[in-house]
Design a protein around this ligand. Structure first.
Ligand SMILES: Cc1cc2nc3c(=O)[nH]c(=O)nc-3n(C[C@H](O)[C@H](O)[C@H](O)COP(=O)(O)OP(=O)(O)OC[C@H]3O[C@@H](n4cnc5c(N)ncnc54)[C@H](O)[C@@H]3O)c2cc1C
Length: 576
């Protein structure tokens, strides 16, 4: 047994897990055997991490948890994509996959993006805090740190090109003990090492002056002015639309089921809609990236989900806070950046997230203890906030590896596979930089197979439909005169017009479900959560897509909202 394997064995024994088998496969450390519970499964994974291996594959069985390794159900089969051919196939329609697809269109390559769901950003990319983090809370020397730093600095340009909103409220990492202010000089040194521009240590009084409603118990704060906020769903859609405008084809409801290979090279991607030929494959499958890696024959990491629950607060709270408020994380080993209160672009505040290790990769349940944590830990950071300000909750799962770092590299064992995996937080903040590097890795592989050139028609600017909220009153009146549907308000909470809903339905990547309209146009996002506008949006969707209202779904095939009419013509007549 090698010295490294011995070290891992000792670490496992120290964690009372001596019975766990440890072997090396393709340079990765593989754990086998059985443990009693999820906690032990995680402990074994972490005990094995940090050695000189490519990664940790945790194949342990867990008593009483038979199904946790299975991927979710496949969609029905058809062969509509059979033998289509692409230079690059990107797997995953989250922010990472969409940003990569867009970057790839800078070259003369044919790109397809495959997403198993009926819309983009249905998983982690649509279920996060939307923060463009500063690097203050990220460990130096990790890929997370390097990509966060570069990504943060790229966001202004990307937002300008792709036409999504971005603001830089800056963040407070508040302290709660007077002695912690003594850490100021040390924190300044760390901030300077980490490239955090404009970092300051604020006294209690200064925090009060800048943010009068801040937490009563704060004793001062670290201030990171270069922390931004975006709408993560809008960022994903913006990348995807620009990718499409530059030639990418996006296939929704298309799940990758396996690969065809010729020795160490993937030749085709098997999906529920047929088999596509592919030159280079990008694995950006988020929480399922290790399954994709396994199907490709290069599994050297296991993803384990860390669930985060977030509360959305009423818009009326927005005026009570200007900065992002959180608690200082003084341990560099912490597994989350702590979360807090994030004032959003549209006036709402987000509270959270929590951080709980769970076996379910798409477990979006919200439990009482998580909600209580949000109240006790996050809501108190702004003294004006109350539980009744919460309009709804949602959950997302972070795609964590046991090494707690991103995996962005060309596969060592499959010559035309690139991994963009383990992209937990700050993946959104890092996305622009990750996309550039993965594009370059794909180009490196493609150069050997084709005459790779720049795409002379690449247009970095996304073409946008009219944005009434960005117009002056005069401009808006003019728009309404030309298209009266922009004057017809459908969602009263968010003041969304019929024109904007119609634009979302006819966008390059058309919104076809109620949730897709909600996320693109904000209809249904407000205090009443669609109670008022849902029937109207269903009718507009049916009219614009030539379908019956009974065919309109909430989010995925089969999630119909209306099953039948309650009154038929004959009944209506007899009722009169
Ligand atoms: C609660 C929470 C808060 C967060 N807050 C922040 C934050 O404030 N700032 C920040 O920078 N980061 C944050 N993050 C992290 C950030 O959300 C992620 O890093 C980022 O969204 C990851 O994007 P992705 O594209 O890799 O994954 P995803 O968005 O999950 O996309 C992967 C896609 O692949 C698809 N897929 C999987 N398997 C297949 C298959 N076989 N075939 C086809 N498609 C497949 C999935 O359906 C999915 O749509 C947060 C995460 C959570 C959970």
């Amino acid at each position: 047994m090698s010295a490294e394997l011995n070290t891992v064995k000792k670490a496992l024994a120290a964690a009372n897990l001596a019975e766990v088998e440890v072997i090396e496969k393709q340079g990765a450390l593989v754990l086998e055997g059985q443990v009693k519970n999820w906690q032990q499964y995680l402990e074994a994974g972490y005990a094995a991490a940090g050695q000189d291996f490519r990664g940790v594959v945790n194949d342990l069985e867990v008593e009483g948890l038979e199904n946790f390794k299975q991927q979710c159900e496949s969609s029905p089969e058809d062969f509509s994509l059979e033998r289509y051919s692409f230079d690059v196939v990107v797997i995953g329609g989250g922010v990472i996959g969409c940003a990569i697809a867009r970057e790839l269109t800078r070259y003369n390559v044919k790109v397809a993006l495959l997403e198993k769901e009926s819309d983009l950003a249905r998983h982690t990319s649509g279920r996060n805090n939307g923060m463009i983090h500063s690097t203050m809370a990220v460990k130096l020397g990790t890929k997370k740190y390097l990509y966060n730093l570069r990504g943060n600095r790229m966001y202004r340009k990307v937002a300008e090109e792709l036409g999504f909103d971005l603001k830089w409220p800056g963040s407070f990492a508040m302290l709660d003990k007077n002695w912690q202010l003594l850490l100021g000089p040390y924190a300044r040194r760390i901030a300077s090492k980490k490239g955090v521009q404009g970092f300051r240590v604020l006294s209690k009084g200064k925090v009060k002056e800048l943010e009068p409603n801040a937490w009563e118990e704060q004793t001062g704060s670290f201030y990171m002015p270069e922390t931004g906020v975006v709408d993560p769903y809008q960022v994903t859609i913006a990348y995807a639309e620009n990718a499409m405008q530059n030639g990418t084809t996006i296939y929704l409801n298309t799940k990758v089921l396996g690969f065809e290979k010729d020795n160490n090279r993937i030749t085709a991607v098997r999906t529920n809609r047929g088999t596509l030929q592919a030159g280079v494959i990008i694995n950006a499958a988020g929480i399922w990236a290790d399954h994709v890696a396994e199907m490709a024959g290069d599994r050297f990491y296991t993803i384990h989900p860390r669930k985060g629950v977030i509360a959305i607060l009423d818009k009326k709270t927005g005026s009570s806070q200007s900065y992002i408020l959180g608690r200082a994380q003084l341990s560099s080993e912490a597994k989350t950046k702590g979360g807090g209160l994030v004032p959003l672009l549209d006036g709402n505040i987000l509270a959270g997230p929590t951080a709980d290790e769970v076996p379910g990769r798409e477990d979006y349940s919200t439990e009482t203890h998580e909600l209580q944590h949000i109240l006790d830990h996050h809501l108190v950071l702004n003294k004006t906030l109350q539980q009744s300000d919460i309009i709804t909750y949602f959950a997302g799962t972070r795609a964590c590896t046991f090494e707690e770092d991103f995996i962005i590299e060309i596969s060592e064992y499959v010559e035309n596979l690139v991994h963009a995996a383990g992209i937990q937080s700050p993946g959104l903040a890092s996305a622009p930089a990750i996309a550039v590097d993965v594009r370059d890795m794909a180009a490196e592989i493609l150069k050997n197979k084709m005459d790779l050139k720049e795409n002379p028609d690449f247009n970095p600017k996304r073409k946008l439909a009219p944005q009434p909220v960005r117009l002056s009153l005069k401009e808006r009146n003019c728009l309404i005169e030309n298209r009266p549907s922009y004057g017809q308000i459908v969602c009263r909470c968010e003041l969304v017009s019929e024109g904007e809903i119609v634009d979302a339905i006819h966008a390059p990547l058309p919104a076809r479900t109620l949730d897709a309209v909600k996320r693109r146009a904000r209809a249904g996002m407000g205090r009443c959560q669609g109670g008022f506008c849902t029937p109207a949006v269903i009718n507009i969707l049916a009219r614009e897509t030539g379908r019956q209202v009974t065919e309109i779904c909430k989010h995925e095939p089969g999630s119909v909202l209306i099953t039948d009419r309650t009154r038929r013509k004959g009944c209506e007549q007899s009722a009169h």
